[in-house]
Design a protein around this ligand. Sequence first.
Ligand SMILES: [Cu+2]
Length: 156
Amino acid sequence: MRKTLLALGALLSCSATLAAHDYNFGSLHIEHPWALAVPAVSPNGAAYLVIHNKGEQVDKLLGADTARAGKTEIHEHLHRDGMMKMRQVQGGVEIPPSGEVRLEQGGYHLMMFGLKQPLNDGDKFPLTLHFQKAGDVEVEIHVQKEAPAAAAEHQH
Ligand SMILES: [Cu+2]
C-alpha cells in the first residue's frame, strides 16, 4: 500500500502539462471534471471534480447522469477496520457557502456502473450534475491516465 502511494506521488508531480478545464454556473465554479482511464474489461469507472460555492447559500450535489454508463451514483471512500470501503452517499453532498467540495481519489467520487464504452485515455464525454439549487448542469469529463495536477496541487 505504501509503495503504491509513493508511486502515485511521483506520477502526480510530473503531470503538470495536462490542461485543466472549468465551468461557472451561477455561484458554482466547477474545476476539471475527469475520469480515470480503466482497462476495456472494467464494467465500472469513477469521475472526479472540484465544486466551489461562491454564493451565500448552501447548495447540494444530489446526483449525476451520463449516457456513457448505465447508472451513476455519488460514492465515498471510508477507512474502516484498516480497509478501504466505498458506499453510496445518501441525500447528496452539501457545498457550503464560500466553500468547496472535492471529489477526488480516496474520497467522494461519481461511480459509473455499466460502462457502455471503455474509458480510454483522451476520451471526452458529457455528464450532467444535478444540484438542489443550481439545477442540472452539463460538464465534459476528460478521461486521463492519472489525476490532474491542477486539482491535486490547487489549494485555497
Ligand atoms: Cu465507488
